[in-house]
Design a protein around this ligand. Structure first.
Ligand code: COA
Length: 142
């Protein structure tokens, strides 16, 4: 995750506003407690982690109606890229979705990350053109 963080920081000029230690503490609290907010699949070579995918479950109330999975992180360490690990992690999460009788896997991807967009398009994903993602942060709640 640290390596992925560095990768994403390389794609933007924006600086993080929350410290690394606080972000780590939040991650441990939210992902590894009694009721994890997300789950992870880890790819290993022998015992060494070489990639991971984190996801959580959701529901799509639109036309199809059904359970969905949101991928929130996908990362393969640079030395292991191009050998099928990313596709394998996506295949595994598709299995998770199929096993819960889900209908789709969603993933948010930065426009400034064209390589990832090519990867997702390559495995058959498509843009949700007419549904821009909106954020309503707690700093704006009345
Ligand atoms: C995107 C990422 C996960 C892909 O993982 P990977 O293990 O290198 O991908 P794979 O080897 O499984 O490739 C699967 C397919 O995608 C294609 N692909 C992968 N990267 C690609 C790229 N940059 N451009 C075009 N096609 C690409 C491969 O050619 C392969 O096609 P094939 O099955 O027809 O041969 C990896 O490059 C990565 O971790 N990038 C940095 C983090 C990142 O951007 N994550 C996504 C955030 S939303």
């Amino acid at each position: 995750m640290r390596e992925f963080d560095g990768y994403l920081q390389g794609l933007t000029k924006d600086k993080r506003t929350v410290s690394t230690s606080e972000r780590k503490a939040r991650l441990l609290r939210d992902g590894f407690g009694k009721k994890p907010a997300f789950r992870c699949i880890i790819a290993r070579e022998d015992t060494k982690p070489i990639g991971y995918l984190c996801y959580h479950e959701g529901y799509d109330p639109d036309e199809m109606r059904g359970k969905v999975i949101y991928v929130i992180d996908l990362f393969v360490t640079s030395s292991a890229r191009g050998s099928g690990i990313g596709r394998m992690l996506m295949d595994r999460v598709a299995d998770v979705c199929a096993n819960m009788d889900g209908i789709a896997v969603y993933v948010g991807v930065w426009r400034r990350n064209p390589k990832a967009i090519k990867f997702y398009m390559g495995i058959g994903a498509e843009f949700v053109e007419d549904v821009p993602f909106m954020r309503w942060g707690k700093e704006r709640w009345l």
